[in-house]
Ligand binder design. Structure first.
Ligand code: ATP
Ligand code: MG
Length: 779
């Protein structure tokens, strides 16, 4: 049976059915671009008999890739297997795993994350005697990253730069690439750079991929950088069946090298291309769409689009003026509970902010109010010290050349390998060209080292050996490393709450290992790469060599390629907190955008330059267009952020929304100098409707807060607003069994003034709560 394309509108259908030749779908937010891409894949496979392995679809995040795969599988079933649906980075990893040797790497290469790269660059700067105060590491790394994204190898870059920072960056870049190669490691930018170099310098490899990928599709094309552009161009050069979809108004990653020209010049690159415009928005109610259209109309450099909807106008966009950031967080929590009371689930709601620094206060207020939330981005699980340590051990097991990983854990936990020893081994490695681990091994017989040092080095190498002895059984390797390294024992000896938290994280890491094992069946662990050496044409297509991945190496790669943006799990029922950048492509019934103030959104830096205000405006457009039904914009008349108190005017983006589609709710009385909502909440047990207090009229904010607060607390059944700070709550002490509205059962581990620490049995994690405000009772 063929795919039912009647669920698409005319232009959408045209884009799905236009399968041959270059195709550009340029359309505004929520017009069905991603949906069209998904249907097109299903149509190719199901209706036109295209083999799944002939299809390459590129998405912006791993999560989006997974979603697309699931959606295609929903339409055409298991036939969807074998398609490459991935990010550019994951695709390059696949290509490099197959052909790393040609580029001077081996297949078990490591992928460096940001902190690994930082360590290495720092080391190199020290070696080259570069003063980090004159040449900040951030600036140098920025230049190197830019060079890589523009596909300049060190030689090209050195020849091109003339400014002082550039010249220093060129020296660092040169050495960095040598060191990465020696460590058998790629950083994120390298994945694209070497992916490109492989295609460019090995025609047989290029031809094999070109032959294979008859249909190439790229989502969010407006945010591709030059490297991604070139990779796509090379791959598509043979069949030229390339479809790119994007929205120039949603280009928000220029600071990371994304180049809007890639989409704007597509018609020039492929003069024969078909262009389809999608103009109907299916996502948002009328007022939200009108607000978005009006805001983006202020940008001058854009292709003008006419986006309409057949949906009802819906509620106006609601604008709330908070007295400060605490009031803002509290008010948002109140509205969320209200929507929840009306039957909307938490995971249909999201709060966006311009910078991660804003999340702390919102989180704080959510914790107090008992609103469950999940944060996307920020400090990620895998960036925690103890997790990075375990990862470094695992990396040493797989890739013994990775000096950065080896040096990271040679003395973690402390086993008596001091700085002097590390520097000695480093120096020897530099002289002999051996790796750090090889030098460590040689040092075992070196009588000039203290016996204790040799024993310690021996222990360390023994841990890695133990890990290696279980290769093939991922879970056992990880367990062996955790047990034998002594990481947990050392933390236990420390005995602090923090140390216990770290132990819990390490245990949770084993859960991550299991998650990986569950989601990566044997079949997924196989990755296919076409090679010039054509083998028998198997199920995977001509010239495809099927390689079995090493499970530990696959696991490390999987962890490394998880990005901030992927952390948005669909698990659990929780409100999503994320930066606007991370929200791209997503949609929610109810969206809050916090911090709509000049200097915050648009950012202070962008205000200096009109070009970057345009990028901020695109960001505002992305934020607004994520909302299906309800959109709330909040700003604070006074805000403390980065340790400073600021008074900022309301964001220009609010002014740009026509007055007839927005309404002020619970506008705060200017000049109110409350010290925090909890005080007001406790002072005023003012009766209120308990619904959208103050909506549509100017209302004393504090009383609106009181009403919302009361309604919420009433609902939780823990305490009423008037009890707030009265001390009528239970007195807690260590060892008390308690129950929290959101986190469930737990035990108090420590009481410190107003603060209590509770270890929750469900997660094993210790949370810090304010005892008077957390929805918590003794059981
Ligand atoms: P963005 O620019 O934000 O990435 P998009 O253009 O990719 O948006 P989609 O996410 O594909 O848009 O679609 C937006 C919403 O509209 C989705 O919920 C999708 O299912 C729905 N939608 C798209 N086209 C149709 C249609 N023809 N009929 C019904 N619903 C549709
Ligand atoms: Mg999309």
């Amino acid at each position: 049976m063929s795919i039912d394309l009647s669920v698409l509108n005319g232009p959408q259908r045209q884009a799905v059915e236009c399968t041959e030749g270059p195709l550009l779908v340029l359309a505004g937010a929520g017009s069905g671009k991603t949906r069209v891409l998904t249907f097109r894949i299903a149509h190719l496979v199901n209706d036109l008999g295209v083999a799944p392995w002939e299809i390459l679809a590129i998405t912006f995040t791993n999560k989006a890739a997974k979603e697309m795969q699931t959606r295609v599988a929903d339409i055409i079933g298991p036939r969807s297997r074998g398609m490459w649906v991935s990010t550019f980075h994951s695709m390059c990893v696949r290509m490099l795993r197959a052909d790393a040797e040609r580029l001077g790497f081996s297949r078990n290469f490591t992928i460096y994350d940001d902190s690994d790269s930082n360590r290495l660059v720092k080391e190199i700067m020290a070696e080259l005697d570069i003063d980090p105060r004159r040449f900040p590491i951030k600036a140098l790394r920025g230049r190197i990253s830019q060079a890589k994204n523009e596909l300049m190898v060190p030689g090209d870059f050195t020849a091109r730069v003339s400014d002082p920072v550039g010249k220093v960056a060129a020296r660092v870049y040169e050495r960095l690439q040598d060191r990465l190669r020696k460590a058998n490691a790629f950083d994120f930018d390298d994945l694209l750079l070497y992916g490109y170099l492989l295609l460019k310098h090995y025609p047989d490899a290029l031809e094999a991929y070109q032959e294979r990928f008859r249909y190439i599709m790229v989502d969010e094309y407006q945010d591709t950088n030059h490297a991604q552009y070139e990779i796509t161009r090379l791959l598509a050069a043979r069949h030229r069946n390339i479809m790119v979809v994007g929205d120039d108004d949603q280009s928000i990653y220029s600071w990371r090298g994304a180049d809007l020209r890639n989409i704007l010049d597509f018609e020039e690159d492929y003069p024969s291309c078909t262009t389809v415009k999608l103009e109907q928005n299916y996502r948002s109610v009328g007022n939200v769409l009108k607000a978005a259209n009006a805001v983006i109309a202020n940008n001058t450099e854009r292709k003008v689009k006419n986006l309409f909807t057949e949906a009802q106008d819906g509620d106006p966009v609601k604008v709330y003026c908070a007295s400060d950031e605490r009031d803002e967080g509290r008010w948002i929590a109140g509205r969320i509970e209200q929507r929840r009371g009306e039957g909307m689930s938490y995971n249909q709601m999201a709060v966006f902010y311009r910078t991660n620094a804003q999340s702390r206060m919102i989180e704080d207020m959510f914790l107090r109010a008992g609103v469950p939330y999940r944060i996307v981005g920020g400090t990620r699980f895998f960036e925690r010290q103890e997790i990075s340590d375990v990862m470094a051990y695992l990396t040493c097991v797989v890739n013994p050349s990775d000096d950065i990983a080896a040096k990271r854990v040679v003395n973690v936990p402390r086993r008596g390998v001091g700085k002097t020893t590390v520097e000695l081994l480093e120096g020897r490695a530099r002289e002999t060209g051996a790796t750090f681990l090889q030098e460590a091994e040689m040092a075992l017989a070196d009588q000039s080292l203290r016996a204790a040092t040799r024993t310690a080095l021996g222990e360390f190498l023994g841990v890695l050996e133990a890990g290696r002895s279980f290769s093939g059984d991922l879970r056992r390797v990880v367990e062996a490393i955790i047990d034998q390294s002594g990481l947990i024992a050392a933390l236990e000896a420390e005995g602090t709450d923090e140390a216990h938290g770290r132990i819990d994280n390490i245990r949770e890491f084993l859960g991550v290992v299991d998650e990986f094992a569950d989601t990566h069946t044997d079949e997924d662990a196989l990755f296919e790469a076409p090679t010039a050496v054509s083998e028998a044409d198997g199920e995977d297509g001509p010239g495809v060599r099927t390689l079995r991945g090493d499970s530990l190496a696959d696991f490390i790669e999987w962890v490394r390629l998880r990005t901030d943006l992927d952390a948005a799990g669909d698990d659990g029922n929780a409100v999503t907190l994320m930066t606007v950048h991370a929200s791209k492509g997503l949609e929610f019934d109810c969206v809050f955008v916090a911090g709509m103030e000049e200097s915050l959104f648009p950012s202070a830096r962008s205000i200096q330059e009109s070009a970057s205000v345009e990028e901020e405006r695109r960001l505002a457009y992305v934020a607004i267009t994520r909302a299906r039904k309800y959109l709330y914009l909040t700003y604070a008349s006074q805000r403390t952020i980065y340790g400073q108190t600021q008074v900022n005017p309301v964001s220009r983006f609010i002014h740009e929304i026509p007055p007839e589609v927005r309404s002020a709710v619970g506008v705060g009385s200017a000049g109110f100098s409350g010290t925090g909502w909890e005080k007001r909440g406790s002072r005023r047990g003012i009766a209120g409707s308990g619904t959208e207090a103050g909506e549509g009229r100017v209302f004393g904010r504090s009383s609106a807060s009181g009403a919302g607060e009361r309604a919420r607390r009433g609902k939780t059944g823990f305490s009423s607003a008037s009890e707030g700070r009265s001390g009528a709550r239970a007195t807690f002490s260590s060892g008390d069994k308690v129950s929290h509205k959101t986190f469930g059962a737990g035990v108090v581990t420590k009481v410190d003034g107003d603060t209590i620490f509770v270890r929750f049995s469900k997660t094993g994690q210790v949370k810090k709560l304010l005892k008077d405000y957390a929805p918590i009772v003794k059981v």
